[in-house]
Design a protein. Structure first.
Lengths: 314, 292
């Protein structure tokens, strides 16, 4: 059985929370691998850079064994390329009325929209769009947290944007992922308006219950109490030492270290790598740079959506 | 298919009394747009209209050969459009338009349904077309005759299903919904959005006096005149004795003198509440001003 709805992105815009909240609904079945990356056929692991291949290997998931098991344990993301494997992700569907998955690569991919539309013409598409400047900053903070970089923001994004070749699996696309216009347009050109729902991250943050219930209505399941959707997932944290974390991460020591620690202490050891204060905010120079970078794309997007995005440019 | 081998690629489908005529006139003035010589051909909803015969005893455009003659685009005019407000209301029209041209763009203008309901009533009242008060039609639509008015005034304002039909049929990128309120308050912004939506290469500017129309814009002036006379003829012929016509014609453009009763207002607000809440979610626009 194939899913009937897809959350396609954007990355760093609350889609992990969406995944958990959707999964909470008794009538909704979610793929146990949050991001199966099945329909983005233009994104190929064999073309990934060594760094990104290493990230994939570190997921350390034996897919066929996992799919043969009860799939009770959730996984963050994987490239589930074979159709037969992908179908297995949905074999535990019982009485649920809607089944879905969340792959942020589908928004960036040039092929995913057409592939989904062709294979599942009635598919419903959900997007969550966040102010692209905030998205880029949040993406950077997440990479700091995960030890994927230690460079200051401007150095990191310039290095990333200058990679050649760049793309999904070759660069982080801090800037490029926020150029929503062309990405959203691909879906709007292919899917009937009634099958496409675009939410703004700010609305979700302000009132997650309301957005969730709009989403439930959209996929055809009953609403739930808004209070169930207050939890926060996948939040940014600032490392005590970015360089140390980067080193431990790159050398693979971080993973081995955390695994060697007995489970009850793991969380507190992990916590000791991070500051307890709120993650830092971008300075004015960075804000200005990003605002300038995204200005035109936001204007185009506004006109495409027919919706004001004034709050993104103020 | 038209003689010139091109198809209509812009449909303003409604709602009635929501500003489509004004938009039609602004669009007509643009060099890259060819709007139909008659504003409302009603070609794709002709079957539905025929079965209703209140305002449309004069035949609507039923033959493709007639329909295609309403458009005379020059090679540089990339947009060929028309604006028949019955298209939003009559079931099956979205599908018919889609099978005619699956790539066409669709524009829908929506207006507070309570105000929208009163607007055609005032028009009918002036023409002497409605023998009932607004309250009688809204609050006690018991006989067949009143039910027809009820449809025209009240049911036309149940937008949710009407809009959803278009959203289910057409790709998201081909459908654009505007609110009457923003056309009224922010016309330049709306026209600039329209310009992007239609992919025009020069600015879409408002015409100065869209209701009377402009001497400087002969084609749209002619169009508006044709439309107005045709629509009026249609209305008058439908229900009014010949002797009254000239008197009525003079009164047609006087400002409204009647106000909606509090009872009708309250009934309608309540009647539309659910539909507006659903609509608000469907089109993801804040419509609180219409129901709060």
């Amino acid at each position: 059985m194939l899913p009937d709805f897809f959350v396609v992105g954007a990355a760093k815009s609350g889609t992990t929370s969406l995944y958990h909240f959707l999964d909470r609904h008794p009538d909704v079945y979610m793929s146990p691998i949050k991001e199966p990356n099945h329909f983005c056929t233009d994104i190929r692991i064999d073309e990934f850079s060594e760094e990104f291949k290493r990230h994939e290997r570190e997921k350390n998931l034996d897919l066929s064994r996992y799919l043969a098991g009860d799939m009770k344990e959730k996984h963050w993301g994987y490239f589930v390329r074979e159709r037969s494997d992908y179908l297995k992700l949905f074999r535990n569907i019982t009485t649920e009325k809607a089944a879905g998955e969340v792959s942020n690569s589908y928004l960036f991919s040039h092929r995913a929209a057409a592939n989904i539309r062709q294979e599942i013409p009635a598919a419903k598409i959900i997007m969550m769009l966040r102010n692209p400047s905030e998205r880029a900053w949040s993406h950077y903070l997440a990479n700091l947290r995960d030890g994927k970089t230690y460079l200051p923001f401007m150095d990191e994004i310039k290095k990333d944007a200058g990679k050649n070749p760049k793309g999904w699996g070759r660069s982080y696309l801090y800037l490029e992922m926020g150029l929503y216009y062309a990405q959203v347009k691909r879906y709007m050109d292919l899917f009937p308006a009634g099958q496409l729902k675009i939410f703004l991250y700010d609305d979700f943050k302000k009132d997650p219950g309301d957005v969730m219930n709009q989403l439930f209505e959209f996929i055809g399941v009953p609403s739930m109490s808004g209070d169930l959707f207050r939890e926060k997932f996948n939040r940014a944290r600032s490392p005590v030492s970015s360089r140390l974390l980067y080193f431990l991460s790159k050398t693979g020591i971080k993973r081995k270290l955390f695994r060697a620690i007995p489970a009850p202490f793991r969380k507190s050891v992990k916590d000791s790598f991070f500051k307890s204060s709120q993650p830092q905010l971008p300075g004015d120079d960075i804000k200005q740079y990003l605002a300038g970078y995204y200005r035109n794309d936001i204007v185009l997007l506004e006109s495409l959506l027919g919706r004001s995005l004034q709050s993104w440019v103020e | 298919m038209m003689k010139h081998g091109r198809k209509t690629n812009l449909f303003i489908v409604g709602a009635a009394k929501a500003g489509t005529t004004m938009l039609y006139q602004h669009l007509s003035a643009h060099p890259q747009i060819c709007m139909s010589s008659i504003k409302e051909p009603n070609y794709f909803s002709s079957e539905g209209i025929k079965s209703d015969h209140l305002y449309y005893k004069e035949p609507v455009v039923e033959q493709e050969s007639v329909y295609s003659r309403l458009f005379n685009p020059s090679p540089g005019q990339k947009i060929i459009g028309e604006a028949s407000v019955s298209y939003l209301f009559y079931p099956g029209t979205a599908e018919k338009i889609f099978s005619y041209n699956p790539e066409t763009k669709i524009v829908i203008i929506l207006r507070d349904p309570v105000r929208r309901a009163f607007s055609p009533y005032l028009m009918d009242r002036k023409l002497g077309l409605v023998p009932f008060s607004f309250d009688e039609v809204v609050l006690k639509p018991v006989d067949e005759n009143k039910k027809t008015y009820f449809q025209q005034y009240v049911l036309y304002g149940l937008y949710f299903d009407q809009v959803r039909k278009y959203m289910d049929v057409f790709p998201a990128g081909q459908v654009r919904i505007f609110l009457f309120d923003s056309i009224r308050d922010h016309l330049p912004e709306v026209l600039s959005q329209m310009e992007n939506f239609l992919g025009l290469s020069s600015p879409l500017k408002p015409v100065d006096n869209p209701d009377i129309n402009e001497a400087a814009m002969p084609s749209s002036k002619l169009t508006a005149m044709l439309y107005r006379q045709r629509a009026m003829r249609r209305l008058l012929r439908a229900a009014v004795p010949d002797s009254l016509r000239n008197t009525l014609r003079g009164k047609l453009f006087e400002p409204p003198s009647e106000l909606m009763s509090a009872a009708s207002m309250e009934w309608l607000r309540n009647y539309y509440l659910d539909d507006l809440c659903k609509l608000e979610r469907l089109i993801q626009s804040d419509l609180k001003a219409w129901y709060e």
